[in-house]
Design a protein around this ligand. Structure first.
Ligand SMILES: O=C(O)CCC(=O)C(=O)O
Ligand SMILES: [Fe+2]
Length: 312
């Protein structure tokens, strides 16, 4: 991106260390997105990816209070009416943050919202998750289109990359959320949890215990604030965590395409090995590697491009 484009797009965000940044782009063609961000695995903030969603520009706390206020949602084992939860989050402060994340799977908890966050944007396609050749049970822990509500100071509890090396997409519908990103390749500095290697063991990464985690000092992070209307693309394997700067409403999902297929297969196999299921690892790995080229062929014929959620 040249400086003129950068200026027009409102562009670059200064980051910790001052040496790196996350681009902000609007009006980006899908081919340019693939060439400049997806394939080189660079995060980007897209200004208008979700512009076609009916909910875009309308999703403030009052909208949810009025439309879904009586909806009962469960947070940390307690049931709230959504209106009550939003009141609680709006009244929370950085010193006394409300619960976070308050996240709900849209297809289960807010089914009526599905058409409001459709179409799925073209940047995230093709997506292989709904393909009948791919065993659906693999995706039980994957972020399956979730809506997040947060108040000031609400922090995601751990540094992680999205399971199975999916690409992550987080659209800010309301408010501002700060993301802290660590590029892949720094795993030796992040104290990866051996039992859950997509998570760091470091808690409170804003005030880490450097006696316990001395190497973490050397890890280089980038911070980016995502504002209402913007979508953050986080390529597979990028470590991240987030904090809500004010009352926020976001929609997040993961994607699996031809470009992160082999990363995905690697993590699926690795997880079976870690759980001492070598035969399952072998069988699944063989199957998934075999269907990879088949899926690519299908995609040449237009498959895996459904713009409805869960569609093929
Ligand atoms: O928006 C956030 O708090 C971060 C969400 C996230 O990274 C996730 O659900 O995997
Ligand atoms: Fe994530």
């Amino acid at each position: 991106m040249n400086t003129t484009q950068a200026g027009v797009a409102g562009a670059v965000t200064a980051v910790a260390g001052g040496s790196s940044w996350v681009d902000r782009r609007s009006g980006l063609g899908v081919d340019d997105f693939i060439a400049e961000y997806r394939d080189p695995r660079r995060p980007v903030v897209l200004g208008d990816a979700a512009r076609a969603w009916p909910l875009y520009g309308r999703a403030d706390p009052d909208y949810f209070r009025h439309t879904y206020g009586e909806h009962v949602v469960r947070v940390r084992g307690r049931d709230y009416r959504l209106a009550e939860l939003i009141d609680l989050l709006e009244a929370s402060t950085v010193d006394k943050p409300g619960p976070y994340p308050c996240k709900f799977e849209i297809a289960k908890t807010f089914r009526e919202l599905l058409p409001e966050v459709t179409p799925r944007f073209g940047y995230s396609l093709p997506d292989r998750q709904a393909n009948p050749l791919v065993p659906q049970r693999l995706f039980s822990g994957v972020n399956n289109l979730e809506i997040f509500f947060g108040g000031p100071g609400g922090e995601f509890p751990y540094l992680h990359y999205d399971v199975l090396r999916m690409h992550a997409w987080i659209t800010q519908l309301h408010g501002d959320k700060e993301f802290t990103l660590y590029a892949p390749g720094q795993e030796h500095l992040l104290y990866v949890n051996p039992d859950m290697p997509w998570q760091s063991s470091i808690r409170d990464h804003h005030h880490p215990d450097y006696d316990r985690y001395p190497l973490f000092r050397e890890a280089k992070c980038q911070k980016v604030v995502v504002h209402a209307g913007e979508t953050l693309f986080l390529p597979c394997g990028w470590w991240h965590t987030a904090r809500s700067l004010n009352m926020t409403i976001s929609v997040a999902f993961d994607s699996l395409g031809p470009d992160n297929w082999s990363d995905f297969v690697g993590d699926v196999v690795e997880e079976r090995r870690r759980n001492r299921k070598p035969l399952k690892a072998l069988a699944l790995g063989t199957w998934l590697r075999a269907i990879g080229p088949l899926l690519t062929l299908q995609e040449l014929g237009g498959a895996n491009r459904g713009t409805r959620w869960g569609a093929r």
